[in-house]
Design a protein around this ligand. Structure first.
Ligand SMILES: NC(=O)c1ccc[n+]([C@@H]2O[C@H](COP(=O)([O-])OP(=O)(O)OC[C@H]3O[C@@H](n4cnc5c(N)ncnc54)[C@H](OP(=O)(O)O)[C@@H]3O)[C@@H](O)[C@H]2O)c1
Length: 434
């Protein structure tokens, strides 16, 4: 007897949903082979039934009620591709309570409600997968859940947002300023009409939350990660980075330290020789350092219809195989949800880091001494310093610090900013060279 089809309900048919439907049609045979039987989309929910779509829904019933899909009897598995929290959260929760496996690409939902949803999945025995929520096509969550499940990671550094990486790469390569690079990102479809979640670092922080939960096996609350974005990044900072042998990247960092887990998102100077320095444009990269495995870099497209749909498809095949195995009495679960152990987190104030600082000051005797005094007063020592004369009696001072407590450097920079001889707000960017 031919295997019965796996019946799929898809909530949302926008960019990713359309890409998924296309892959399901184009690769029907290969997918059925990999999944151990055919996949059939039986239901789709959208918001606006009148909208013109490129995707062919085939024989699927298209409606506007996601809840009706998770309650229906002709769906074995739910794929959530609406985004946002409402109605995604109640729909995913209900599906899991009913024992239906759920796949989602929704980083916001998992960052905010991941622990409750995992608990609901554990209660009903359904699986919850969200590979597409971090790093697009890069199979980082599957790797952390399976082959690397027992590794003890000491460091995780991610370039997790294609929009900001495209902007920084364009500034660096083409010498364009921030707003020109943002316009270029918009015109090429790498930035949304409202890119504030990307530019503020919030998107990277949500993804780091998900990665850190898996890599460090610890609870990380939504919104608990110290976050700075790239708004206001100046071309001159990228030029200075280049001069000192660095490039500027927006990083999500997770680091085990003797004092606790250090989690943060901010732009940083990284050495040009680092593999992550070669992650440019809309690409993402996740660097991991584990006690047994050493260093590795996972690299690929972080967004887009087909790369994201491909990640969803990977989850779909994994769930389909689980179900088939269950049918033959084999062990099925991808592994119970990782046991999350509480681990102390250290505040960004107490992180030890090097800094780049750029100042515009009056070109007059004594200014350097005032600056050195503010730095010394906060226990910050200088590794390198350059002074260049400017126009109209001003001078530009660029300095790199030795490692110091983050809060101390920020206090010193604030004290320097208050000096009457300092002409504009200093630029201060952390250096990450671990
Ligand atoms: N786009 C990417 O490259 C990418 C990459 C990684 C992850 N993701 C994640 O994937 C998810 C989907 O993103 P997307 O870019 O495909 O979004 P999108 O293009 O805005 O599509 C959202 C879809 O959900 C439907 N929808 C929204 N609210 C609904 C509601 N209340 N009831 C029924 N349907 C509703 C929309 O219907 P209408 O079509 O009728 O408006 C649309 O079809 C998000 O969680 C996103 O963060 C996207």
């Amino acid at each position: 007897m031919p295997p019965t089809p796996l019946r799929v309900g898809i909530l949302g048919c926008g960019v990713v949903g359309t890409g998924l439907l296309r892959l399901l049609v184009d690769r029907e045979r290969a997918i059925a082979e990999a999944a151990g039987g055919p996949i059939r989309v039986t239901r789709i929910a959208v918001r606006d039934l009148g909208k013109r779509r490129e995707a062919d829904p085939g024989k699927a019933a298209v409606g506007i009620d996601p809840m009706a899909i998770v309650e229906s009897d002709d769906v074995d598995l739910v794929i959530e591709l609406m985004g946002g929290v409402d109605p995604a959260y109640p729909a995913v929760l209900r599906a899991l309570e009913r024992g239906l496996p759920v796949i989602t690409a929704n980083k916001h939902l998992i960052s905010l409600h991941g622990p409750e949803l995992e608990a609901a999945a554990a209660r009903s025995g359904a699986s919850l997968r969200h590979e597409a929520s971090v790093g697009g096509v890069i199979p980082v969550l599957q790797s952390l859940d399976q082959g690397l499940r027992t590794e003890r990671f000491t460091l995780l550094v991610g370039i997790l947002n294609g929009t900001t990486n495209f902007i920084l790469s364009t500034m660096e390569r083409e010498g364009r300023d921030f707003s020109e690079a943002l316009d270029a990102a918009r015109s090429l479809g790498f930035a949304e009409a409202d890119p504030s979640l990307d530019l503020s670092g919030a998107d990277t922080a949500q993804k780091l939350t998900l990665l850190a939960r898996k890599a460090f096996r610890t609870d990380v609350a939504h919104g608990s990660i110290a976050t700075e974005g790239i708004v206001g990044m100046e071309l001159e900072d990228l030029r200075q980075a280049d001069r000192f042998g660095y490039v500027v990247k927006l990083l999500g960092i997770g680091q085990r330290t003797p004092e606790g887990l250090d989690l943060r998102v901010h732009p940083a100077f990284i050495p040009k020789r680092y593999l992550l320095a070669a992650v440019r444009d809309e690409f993402n990269g996740v660097y991991l350092r584990g006690e047994a495995s050493g260093s590795m870099l996972l690299y690929g497209k972080g967004a887009g219809a087909l790369p994201t749909a491909q990640a969803v498809l990977g989850d779909l095949i994994a769930v389909a195989r689980e179900r088939r195995m269950r049918g033959t009495g084999g062990s099925t679960k991808p592994g119970s949800p990782p046991s999350h152990e509480p681990e102390a987190k250290i505040s960004i104030d107490d992180v030890r880091t090097k800094y780049y600082v750029r100042l515009l000051v009056d070109d007059q005797p004594g200014v350097l001494a005032q600056i050195a005094q503010r730095l010394g007063g906060s226990l910050v020592s200088v590794a390198q310093m350059f002074q260049e004369p400017g126009v109209r009696g001003e001078a530009s001072i660029t300095l790199l610090t030795h490692e110091a407590r983050d809060r101390d450097v920020r206090d010193a920079v604030a004290a320097i900013a208050a000096l009457p001889t300092v002409r504009r707000a200093p630029r201060a960017i952390r250096i990450f060279d671990r």
